[in-house]
Design a protein around this ligand. Structure first.
Ligand SMILES: NC(=O)c1ccc[n+]([C@@H]2O[C@H](COP(=O)([O-])OP(=O)(O)OC[C@H]3O[C@@H](n4cnc5c(N)ncnc54)[C@H](OP(=O)(O)O)[C@@H]3O)[C@@H](O)[C@H]2O)c1
Length: 390
């Protein structure tokens, strides 16, 4: 335990020194616009200082294997909450600054989707990351029906013509020449997965897409899709309060050499510890408002989870959020994509890639958490029907 703490301090010292080298090492252009990047709520002197104090994320991971593998930063960034589904966001300039600071400090995997907004989240990602074209990967997804910019709630659409249409439109919104990783967002029972994989394979041959991914699918779908077009990564919900993928999905991913991208790695912010039983969510732009785990009763009862994480973190000099992300990072084929609108949280999340916690300590954390009964399902019935399908 004592050694663990010393290692954390050593790692922190290295990381604090690193930003001095950022311009030279990362090569991710300290362009004029990103020089003024850190905006946030405080004054400009503090803003510049916060940006410089951010650590440089140098750890890399490989998602997938062979020709369709992808090297990315060990921690990615989920863009969704910058303007969608996470309640009130800061203004556009501030969230763009946070996204750019992530890119400046070594994050190379950014995740968005056509349906977030809809469309506006891809536009935001495209604008924010335009100065980093070719240096970072923006991943996006198809598979929901959107008509004239309006999401047809609950309607899936993975027909080949729709996949092609989404690809063309996403390329424009993301301002890229090819989509680095194109996921099917939800399994569509009306379209054989072979047709979906085949369409993405054709888009890869045409140079519009580079790699193929799947979200929230079962083992059979993964196998059938992978046989048609190698899958680089599967993206599903996975965190300390939702460990289902370990049972049936992880063995298949390991066998086939497919990477895993856990979404909502902090359980939509809950594991970050900023919520209480009194927290309420914006009914207009926050899907936590509809999730059984975010009712006042569930929030109150589940707080024990956060308390255990904090207790674990305190003697190690790390936050509960860092413990939650560090736990996920134990397997080197996993790359979580936490989302944030705050530079301070970005810093925490980046530093989570360098924790010195032993497997034995992680096991102790798991054991302590296993004694807590989790209250509330992760999705309401309608959304649950769309996930983990074969
Ligand atoms: N494939 C899918 O079906 C699917 C579904 C959902 C999400 N996703 C992807 O996963 C990404 C992340 O998911 P998510 O936003 O649902 O969940 P998340 O990353 O688990 O949580 C995001 C929330 O956590 C807070 N947070 C971030 N870092 C923190 C820290 N260090 N300490 C305390 N709080 C912190 C953020 O608030 P602040 O802004 O205040 O930091 C934000 O509200 C999305 O952006 C999206 O790309 C994919």
């Amino acid at each position: 335990m004592e050694t663990g703490r010393r290692e954390v301090l050593k790692a922190a010292a290295v990381l604090v020194a690193a930003p001095i080298l950022v311009g030279g090492i990362s090569g991710v252009g300290m362009a004029a616009e990103s020089g003024s990047a850190a905006s946030g709520a405080s004054g400009s002197a503090t803003e510049k200082k916060s940006a410089l104090d951010l650590p440089l994320l140098t750890k890399k991971r490989t998602l997938g294997s062979g020709k369709f593998s992808m090297e990315v930063s060990a921690v990615g960034f989920g863009v969704m909450g910058a303007n969608y589904n996470r309640g009130v966001s800061p203004d556009r300039k501030t969230v763009i600054d946070v996204i750019r600071q992530a890119a400046e400090h070594g994050v190379t995997l950014f995740d968005t989707t056509q349906v977030y907004g809809p469309l506006t989240n891809e536009e935001l990602a495209g604008e924010a990351l335009a100065p980093y074209k070719g240096k970072v990967a923006i991943t996006t997804k198809f598979g929901h029906r959107i008509v004239n910019g309006v999401y047809q709630t609950g309607k899936l659409d993975s027909r080949p013509e729709n996949i092609r249409r989404v690809a063309e439109e996403s390329l424009k919104r993301l301002r890229v020449d090819a989509i680095e990783l194109f996921y099917q967002h939800r399994f569509d029972p009306a379209v054989p997965i072979e047709d979906v994989a085949g369409t993405v394979r054709d888009l890869i041959r045409e140079g519009k897409v580079k790699r193929f991914g799947l979200c929230e699918v079962g083992p059979e779908t993964i196998r059938r899709a992978h046989a048609e077009q190698p899958v680089t990564a599967v993206q599903s919900e996975y965190h300390l309060m939702w460990r289902e993928p370990e049972k049936n999905i992880f063995p298949v991913l390991e066998e086939l050499g497919i990477g895993f991208v856990p979404y909502s790695p902090l359980n939509r912010g809950f594991l970050g510890g900023d919520m209480t039983a009194y927290t309420r969510f914006d009914s207009g732009n926050d899907n936590r408002n509809t999730l059984p785990r975010f009712t006042p009763e569930a929030l109150g009862k589940n707080l024990m989870f956060v308390e255990i994480l904090n207790r674990f973190g305190r003697p190690r000099g790390i936050t509960g959020a860092q413990a939650a992300l560090g736990w996920l990072l134990q397997k080197d084929w996993i790359v979580p994509i936490p989302g944030t609108t705050k530079l301070s949280h970005l810093e925490e999340n980046i530093r989570a890639a360098s924790l010195a916690v032993s497997p034995k300590e992680w096991k102790e954390l798991e054991e302590a958490l296993s004694r807590v009964e989790i209250v509330g399902d992760r999705y309401p019935a309608e959304q649950q029907r769309q996930v983990q399908k074969s």
